[in-house]
Design a protein around this ligand. Structure first.
Ligand SMILES: NC(=O)c1ccc[n+]([C@@H]2O[C@H](COP(=O)([O-])OP(=O)(O)OC[C@H]3O[C@@H](n4cnc5c(N)ncnc54)[C@H](OP(=O)(O)O)[C@@H]3O)[C@@H](O)[C@H]2O)c1
Length: 274
């Protein structure tokens, strides 16, 4: 029997890398993609097919999806994993940084989804797994741009799920809390690039240690744990629409149901306790 095929974005590190290994171990045909192919060379040595894919480049998306179809004739699962966090107070973040954040975290998955859907519809089968975050359920000060991108991804996935249900295609949101990856280091680099107005020093003090927001810290889970949930979603006949991963995610998503006034109060209390 022909093995199932998965296409994964952002496989150079963290969750994407662990996901490629998890699918490979289960006998899937894995297309592990990255902006720089050197970063996925070891996955290639382990048995993955590797490809260069920047999710902001239409040509990359078309070329890679065409190649998978030529070589395998099917894409059973797309894992939209590539992403990063642009933290910072709303006033300080330039518009082009917001555009760049949405280009990777929102338009990237949209590009990939549009490219694979005709093939999935033809076979009346497939799963699209979008790696969101607990930040796609609850927004917080200094997180407006990142949370905005993940909220958008969640809204688009909810719409998609209903649209493609009649074609036997599933759309799943994976919502991790903190995961031990290079996520925080990249977020720190993005934060350093911001020109500060001087009006939000309190936020920067908190965000200076972005470990508090993502990456390591209390309640953090391993990327392998997230990869297992992604693999389970791809393998299930009727996957859950949302999968919060880890204790922080399971607790924090409840914050969505807290009245706005109470949530605002909690944020200002935290600010004063700082
Ligand atoms: N770590 C956490 O605490 C956490 C929590 C919740 C959700 N998430 C989400 O999990 C996903 C994976 O993050 P991670 O934790 O595994 O962090 P990571 O180790 O920094 O991995 C992020 C991946 O995204 C890739 N990427 C960034 N921009 C890209 C682009 N334009 N095109 C293609 N790939 C691009 C990176 O590739 P390069 O190496 O080329 O930059 C890297 O492979 C992200 O969507 C993130 O928002 C993470």
């Amino acid at each position: 029997m022909q093995p199932k095929t998965v296409l994964i974005t952002g496989s150079s590190s963290g969750i994407g890398h662990a996901t490629a290994t998890a699918f490979l171990d289960e006998g899937w045909e894995v297309y592990a993609t990255a902006r720089n192919p050197a970063d996925v060379e070891t996955l290639g040595e382990q048995g993955c097919s590797i490809a260069t894919l920047d999710v902001t480049e239409d040509d990359d998306v078309e070329r890679v999806v065409d190649r998978v179809m030529d070589e395998q004739g099917r894409i059973d699962c797309l894992v939209n994993n590539a992403g990063y966090a642009q933290f910072g107070p709303t006033e300080d973040i330039p518009v082009d940084a917001v555009q760049q954040q949405f280009d990777v975290n929102v338009y990237g998955p949209h590009r990939l989804t549009r490219a694979v859907l005709p093939h999935m519809r033809r076979r009346r089968d497939g799963t699209i797994v979008n790696v969101s975050s607990v930040a796609g359920r609850v927004s917080f000060p200094g997180g407006g741009t990142y949370c905005g991108s993940k909220f958008a991804l969640e809204a688009m996935t909810d719409a998609l799920r209903a649209e493609v249900d009649e074609y036997g295609i599933d759309a799943v949101l994976i919502e991790p809390g903190p995961v031990e990856t290079g996520f925080s280091e990249r977020a720190e680099r993005e934060l350093e690039g911001i020109e500060r107005s001087g009006a939000y020093d309190a936020f920067y003090d908190v965000f200076e240690d972005t470990q508090a927001i993502g990456g390591g810290g209390l309640g953090a889970v391993s990327p392998e744990r997230v990869a297992d949930d992604i693999l389970n979603a791809a393998s299930a006949t009727k996957p859950a629409s949302r999968v919060p991963v880890g204790p922080v995610a399971r607790a924090a998503v409840l914050g969505r149901f807290v009245p706005d006034a109470l949530r605002d109060r909690a944020f200002s209390l935290l600010e004063r306790l700082r």
